[in-house]
Design a binder for this molecule. Sequence first.
Ligand code: ADP
Length: 561
Amino acid sequence: MKQNHFAAIRNAILTSMILVPLIPFILALGTGYYYFTTSLESSTIASMKRIVEDHRQMIESFLEERKHDLDFILHSYTFEDLSQPEKLDTVFDHLQRGSQAFVDLGVFNAAGVHVAYHGPYRLIGKVYKDANWFKEVMQHGYYISDIFLGYRQVPHFIIAVTKEEAGKKWVARTTIDTVTFNNIVKGIRIGKTGEAYILNAGGILQTEPRSGGKLMDKDPHNIEYPSSNSSVETFIYKDVNGEKYLYTTTWLQNKKWLLVVRQERADAFRALISAAYLILLITVIGVAVIAAVAFYFTNRIVGRMQKMDVEKDRLNQQLIGTSRLAELGEMSAGFAHEINNPLQIIKNEQSLIEMNLSELKEAGQLQPSESLTELEDSMDQIKLQISRCAAITQAILKFSRQEEPKSQDIDLRSFISEITGMVAQKAVVHGISIEQDIAENTYPIHADPTQLQQVLLNLFNNAMDAILDQHGTSGGKLIIKAAPKENKTVEILVKDNGCGISPEDLTKIFSPFFTTKPVGKGTGLGLSVCYGIIGNIHGTMKADSEKGAGTTFILRLPAAV
Ligand code: ADP
């Protein structure tokens, strides 16, 4: 029953000790984690966008520069000039000196006939009137193509520009080296898995992704296209293997091409994932620490409570014992009183017999004889025992009388002798010798004799118990000393050669209810009451002891003034 009660208390304490710190801990950690990860996520995405924006500008300016190169030539030379192969060769050399990306250079008349060409293919004379690029450039004056195969059946893309001369348009066209362009686009480095490539509006690869895919193939990742009016956009997309990727896209060339940068999500958000692991670790450690502390303290608290409960039961037991003792005290007082009356009568009768005997002796009616002497001895013995009984009943009455303390000057020499007399018989029975050493010049002290008697009797009884414990009924020694000390004080020592007190117990002996004696024998109240009495008369009381060797109680009392 009690065990269940303690188990319930234990569970309640444990639950609240775990929950109370755990809830704010988790809340604080969760909020921190949320804000930290959101800001880290947005800063990762922002930096990704910045990288893509820079890359876009680089690609755009590469193409823009090539177009300017071509424009420059167109405005520096006439159609006539460039139609001459030697001239075209020289101009191409100049062009290539500016950028290795130029593969060839061709000149076309308004009918789309290839009139001059410098480059690795044989394209002179070919007619491009119906080619899409030719129509576009004639219409808009400038054109950058997607990658296409053309007559040469090799993937390439071209930049073409028109010029009007004397009312007639002509076209200059150059092919851009796909390897160079590819390298420019590919040459972006983001984390371990970041890569960049370009798609045209139809989802056809314009450069090769590092992770695989050939020029002019369909986008192997088949992403959804962002709306055509967005600038830089990011989104998470799963590839065919279920792997998640962070995509960042932006339009190029007036929305003709789409620059795609993609990176494995785990790679892009590596810092985020590390933070998540760290938080998880902190949570696990935090929870473990909270639980361990809660377990430890709960066990301690419940242990204490159980101990206190046992102590409470013991105190209750002792209280019952003590009240029984008090009742016994009262009973013995009544008993002593009752005995006293018949004792007085016996005493009177004994005196009468004694008186009659001596009268008879004087009248010569009783001859001295052995029997008479025995009779007289018996009379003496009866008288002696009567006065002993009277002394005992007096002592009991004196002890149990509950009165206001009545202080008076006490001469320790006679007072201590009286008390040792009270325990002398018990000492003899237990083989204990009592040594008494009261200095002649000892000051009288001012106290209630009944209370001081109680103190000394208690000390003597304790000493005799300890002696019995250590020596049995022979070899015991009890010494009582009193002597004047400095500052008008008197020191009383009660010294025994009993079992002694362990240093641990020595700190507790003056506490109420501390006892090492078996239940029913000790109450643990004696010394605490003595301590109170001595304190009331402004004295001090302490004990010196050595386990197994003996104990000395030292009282310091102020002298009567
Ligand atoms: P009680 O005698 O009822 O146990 P006390 O308050 O008089 O209560 O004493 C408390 C405890 O102090 C005793 O149980 C005993 O262990 C210890 N003690 C007191 N006097 C002595 C002594 N002279 N020698 C050894 N132990 C002592």
